[in-house]
Design a protein around this ligand. Structure first.
Ligand code: SF4
Length: 104
């Protein structure tokens, strides 16, 4: 399991700069830099009220990852101790990035 910080406050799954999902999918099968990755589990919240108040932030979660060029990618799973997803004003998944991506 990987600890995850996420500043994508526009995502319906975000609470307190953490993710409420138990697993996410990072995309970017041909990525060579952070900007070419994204959180495929992003889902835009229509408004603050659209967020599910009963969801609770997860400190660690399972991360499936397509970015096979990343040093932390182990058989399509992330094996980093901690990653950060960024995209403060994102309205689409492609406006988010895995800031921890490191090219092999
Ligand atoms: S952008 Fe991804 S990591 Fe961040 S809260 Fe949304 S689903 Fe979770």
């Amino acid at each position: 399991m990987t600890a995850l910080g996420c500043n994508v406050n526009s995502c319906t799954h975000n609470k307190d700069n953490c993710c409420c999902l138990s697993s996410i999918k990072v995309e970017g099968s041909s990525a060579c830099k952070c900007d070419e990755t994204c959180c495929g589990s992003f889902y835009e919240a229509d408004s603050e009220t659209a967020k599910n108040a009963s969801e609770s932030p997860k400190i660690t979660l399972n991360i499936a990852c397509d970015a096979s060029n990343c040093v932390y990618n182990d058989n399509q799973k992330c094996n980093a101790d901690h990653i950060d997803i960024s995209g403060i004003c994102a309205s689409e998944a492609c406006e988010t990035v895995c800031a921890t991506f490191k090219c092999k």
